[in-house]
Design a protein around this ligand. Structure first.
Ligand code: ADP
Ligand code: MG
Length: 584
């Protein structure tokens, strides 16, 4: 009775006054009230049921009901309204879910596009027929010789296993960028006729933890299918960094990837015909686990090419180009100290472009000279017109050339120009790096001091010629270059009066109570000694440069005069003039 559904009551035509009359005349059995509803259910004695509209909170009906002994029931309709509302709430809930699904879908689409987390992303490149051969790699004879052995491993693995010898699983190529590491790896694949699977190590590392590891797994699985083959991992330092370095868990993904790589390296059987070649220019930061025997235990250094090497590389890269008979590549090799194979390839390519621009039939020295300028100095920008500006720049450049000639010999100056190049303020004095220094990598204190003096020589020349209040900021780049070297001398190499101490970044990172603190290991008064040393060395070097130029004032004026009219002084002319006039 209590929960009698109000749906069985039909809407009435009975008016409010009729209802009151019916109540008085005793025709009504009971009345059901619903709180907060402006209608009641009326049950007549004759069994008729109907809904009648009333006033909100109608007291009259209640009074009349008690007067006439009519049964009054207040219907707690919470449950009913629940069922009534449940439709609406289910619908709302559904809409909510659908909306969430749609939002998630669209964001995951955006995310996968942004992060490259697609399933069908090319994970690595497989080249089945590599056409690179050892002839294409010039100037790195030692590395090539060592790698030729690897070809034997790939072609006749059985021969080695019969002898009980273990073929190396991993070969690490170490060397500066552009020296031909990738090219060498390809040449091995090409010469031995095996497929070449390559991936850059940075491709392994994604934002999502675990993706890198699964890519490593895929790569080795594919390699097992294709064996014998070569896996080449370029720039391995991006995953192979020493683990546990850095703060916090940000390197989780990289560490997992590295662990997977180590596992895979251990996982494939010896002599299985898979050789992993990796390349890096930062062997110092590699995890020691990578370098232990059974992994990348062979390390092959690929050095910058020497004079003979550069000549060979130049000729490799001019094979397909129409080179004029007069071009002597040995001469160009002397002009390109410190160039990598990639730089030399670029030089020959630029020369061909200059040649095409000239519409000439073959590449001559002039084209190569222009290309060399472009490669080393950048593009020429607008011509300076003001004589005064030319003068200032000319004194700066000639000052540097003279100090270089005194300190490192006349041959050290390759070219002086006051033609502005993008990226440089003023002109440019091209100074040949010392072949010994480039090949040995050893830097002497004397060499650094001479670099500082040369860098400050522009300022020195301006001070002498124009007076110390008329100097300009023309040598701003050289000054900052000099300061950097001086700082390194003091804090890195131990070349100052402070002594043989490494004072660079001497900071201890403390991880206590969840906070990271940097505690400097250098005392405050050592800092001021460092600064004093830097200031002293810089001032002394500027003075030395001033003295050198003062001694060569006549040569300075002569070279400046030529430079202002000709704009460029080539090394043969520089030598000729300097030879007679230079005071050392
Ligand atoms: P790395 O991998 O050491 O950074 P690469 O092997 O990718 O350098 O070299 C880039 C390009 O430079 C090569 O494609 C090639 O044209 C040229 N190159 C580099 N070293 C040599 C070399 N020793 N002999 C011939 N060409 C070279
Ligand atoms: Mg490379």
């Amino acid at each position: 009775m209590f929960f009698k559904s109000n749906y069985s009551y039909s809407n009435s035509n009975t008016s409010y006054s009729d209802l009151l009359l019916e109540m008085d005349s005793g025709n009504i059995e009971s009345i059901y009230f619903y709180p907060r509803k402006r209608e009641i259910d009326v049950l007549y004695k004759n069994g008729k049921k109907e809904k009648v509209p009333i006033l909100y909170n109608d007291q009259l009906i209640i009074e009349k009901a008690s007067e006439n002994n009519i049964d009054l029931t207040i219907n707690n309709n919470r449950k009913e309204s629940l069922t009534a509302n449940s439709f609406a709430s289910v619908a709302l809930f559904l809409i909510f879910i659908i909306a969430i699904v749609l939002i998630l879908r669209s964001t995951s689409k955006i995310a996968s596009r942004a992060l490259g987390f697609g399933k069908n992303k090319a994970k690595f490149i497989t080249i089945d027929d590599v056409d690179t051969r050892f002839e294409d790699v010039a100037g790195v004879p030692e590395a090539a010789e060592e790698l030729k052995e690897v070809i034997k491993f790939l072609n006749e693995p059985k021969k080695f296993s019969d002898l009980g010898a273990k073929v190396p699983k991993g070969v690490l190529l170490i060397g500066p960028p552009g020296t031909g590491k990738t090219l060498l790896a390809k040449a091995i694949a090409g010469e031995s006729g095996v497929p070449f699977l390559t991936i850059a190590a940075s491709e392994f590392v994604e934002l999502f933890v675990g993706v890198g590891a699964s890519r490593v797994r895929d790569l080795f699985e594919k390699a097992k299918e294709k064996s014998p083959c070569i896996i080449f991992i370029d720039e391995i330092d991006s995953i192979g960094r020493q683990r546990g370095s850095g703060i916090g868990g940000g390197n989780d993904e990289r560490e997992q990837t590295l662990n997977q790589l180590l596992t895979e390296l251990d996982g494939f059987a010896d002599n299985s015909g898979i050789i992993v070649i990796a390349a890096t220019n930062r062997p110092d930061i590699l995890d020691s686990a990578l370098l232990r025997p059974g992994r990348f235990d062979r390390k092959i250094e690929v050095m910058l090419p020497d004079l003979e090497g550069r000549k060979k590389i130049l000729s490799v890269h001019s094979l397909s180009k129409p080179l004029s008979k007069n071009v002597d590549l040995a001469y160009w090799a002397t002009r390109t100290v410190g160039f990598s194979g990639a730089d030399l390839a670029n030089l020959m390519n630029e020369s061909a472009i200059h040649c095409a621009r000239d519409e000439s039939k073959s590449i001559n020295d002039f084209h190569i000279e222009n290309a060399l300028d472009k490669v080393t100095l950048g593009l020429r920008t607008s011509i300076i017109s003001s004589l005064n500006t030319k003068k200032i720049i000319a004194y700066n450049e000639v000052g540097r050339a003279i100090v270089s000639a005194v300190r490192n010999g006349i041959d050290s100056v390759d070219k002086i120009t006051i033609l502005p190049r993008s990226g440089y303020m003023g002109g440019y004095t091209k100074i040949n790096p010392d072949e010994d220094v480039v090949s040995s990598g050893l830097i002497s204190k004397k060499l650094l001091l001479s670099k500082i003096e040369i860098a400050l020589a522009g300022r020195a020349a301006e001070t002498i010629v124009f007076g110390k209040n008329e100097i300009t900021q023309c040598s701003i780049n050289d000054i900052s270059y000099a300061t950097n070297i001086v700082r390194e001398m003091v804090t890195k190499y131990g070349f100052s009066l402070i002594g043989p101490l490494s004072l660079e970044n001497s900071k201890e990172t403390l991880l206590g109570d969840g906070f990271v603190r940097n505690k400097s290991l250098i005392a405050d008064n050592t800092y001021s000694r460092i600064d004093n040393e830097i200031i002293n060395i810089s001032k002394i070097s500027l003075n030395n440069a001033i003295n050198i130029i003062l001694k060569n004032r006549i040569l300075l004026e002569k070279l400046v005069e030529i430079l202002i009219t000709k704009e460029t002084i080539e090394n043969n002319i520089f030598k000729k003039i300097t030879f007679d006039l230079l005071n050392v």
